[in-house]
Design a protein around this ligand. Structure first.
Ligand code: ZN
Length: 127
């Protein structure tokens, strides 16, 4: 039985909203200018988005389900030499389905991981 109370609340950000077998209305933050979250962008759009990122880019993937492969691609997109470098990084309510290795990542702006779910190991090195 589905009750109204059991449904996730509507996120405060523009969300992907994809319905499929794995999600009843994806809460992932859309990746502007597209209408899907990073997890649900098609391959070409995801590559275009990742290709536009630079070391120090701001990222906003609130509510997004991030697999290990997706996170690895994201970290690679902002890599500056040996470490990944984010500007402001918003991952609140994100769902990390594999290990989340931010050990070599730097955050130049605010890093927001409020209510993020880590289903594997989460490694941070706040230096
Ligand atoms: Zn989505």
């Amino acid at each position: 039985m589905t009750t109204l109370a059991a449904r996730p609340s509507v996120p405060s950000w523009p969300s992907c909203g994809l319905h499929d077998a794995s999600t009843d209305g994806c809460r992932g933050r859309i990746v502007a200018p597209y209408s899907r979250c990073l997890a649900h962008l098609d391959q070409a759009k995801r590559q275009a988005y990742l290709g536009d990122l630079q070391p120090g880019s701001d990222v906003d993937h609130r509510g997004t389900r991030l697999t290990g492969a997706l996170l690895t691609a994201l970290l690679a997109a902002v890599r500056d030499g040996r470490r990944a470098s984010f500007g402001a990084a918003r991952f609140s309510d994100a769902d990390f389905s594999d290990d989340a290795d931010f050990d070599s990542a730097a955050f130049e702006g605010d890093a927001d991981f409020d209510r993020a779910k880590f289903n594997g190991a989460a490694r941070f090195h706040w230096a």
